[in-house]
Write a protein that binds this ligand. Structure first.
Ligand code: 1GP
Length: 251
């Protein structure tokens, strides 16, 4: 089954899905496998690999291989640039940072990566990537014109544009480790205006924060930092996954 179909099934079944982000730069590959194994046991729906500006080459490949050995979950690349592609992954967020000022992040990296994705037979998941304040490293590196937290209309306009381009996913990103996740009102407005698979990530550390965003209409919640920092990793992921899968959207 295709990864997109698996994600859609998980969303239909539980109201929302959860993805765990693993950055290959932050631990050796065998440890990445252990994190993925814990995340799988905790009920996460897939593993995203990437997020660092440098994740590429052998370290990226070895990390993906280790995760694939440790779990049956789909592995989705979350590339920071055209080097973030591994032949061992199942799918790739084929993403454009729509609010970047730099053509490289809009279409340059994608032009360089497209033929490699085709050659390796990786499933591309077309995604509009929107960086919201505070934005963190990804906002800086990606030269994003950050979407102000109170400018809900701007987020809606970008998300609609993504949908009209044919992108089936939109990711509202506050930046890894952000002190505040994407505002609930923004999630709600984008949900109401579009029919894309809506992904929300950046700074989500608690079950409550995850549940609020699912209730507002997020289809997928992404957590990364909280997994790295938790004392009891599996318990922490379990709490968040449970919250995601029981929150159900307010309609
Ligand atoms: C970053 O949205 C993801 O790209 C996850 O963010 O590390 O803050 O969970 P955190």
């Amino acid at each position: 089954m295709k990864v997109e179909e698996r994600l859609r099934q998980a969303i239909t079944l539980n109201g929302a899905a959860h993805l765990t982000l693993i950055d290959p730069e932050k631990q050796p590959p065998d440890q990445a496998g252990e994190i993925a194994s814990d995340a799988a046991a905790a009920g996460t729906d897939g593993i995203m690999v990437g997020g660092s500006t440098r994740a590429s080459g052998k370290l990226l490949d070895d990390t993906v291989i280790s995760i694939k050995r440790a779990t049956k979950l789909p592995v989705i690349l979350f590339p920071a640039n055209d080097a973030g592609i591994s032949r061992y992954a199942d799918a790739i967020f084929f993403m454009s940072m729509l609010n970047s000022r730099d053509i490289y992040y809009l279409i340059g990296a994608q032009r360089l990566g497209a033929a490699i994705v085709k050659k390796f037979g990786i499933e591309p998941l077309p995604m509009g990537y929107l960086v919201v304040e505070p934005g963190g490293t990804v906002g800086r590196v990606g030269k994003a014109d950050l979407i102000p937290r109170d400018n809900v209309e701007l987020a809606v306009s970008y998300a609609l544009a993504a949908q009209y381009f044919g992108m089936r996913l939109v990711y509202l990103e506050a930046g890894s480790g952000a002190d505040r996740p994407v505002p609930v009102e923004m999630v709600k407005a984008v949900r109401e205006a579009t029919s894309v698979i809506l992904i929300v990530g950046g700074g989500i550390r608690t079950a409550e924060a995850a549940a609020e965003r699912v209730k507002a209409g997020a289809d997928i919640i992404v957590t990364g930092t909280v997994v790295e920092q938790a004392n009891d990793r599996r318990k922490k992921i379990e709490e968040i996954v449970q919250a995601v899968k029981t929150a159900r959207r307010n309609r």
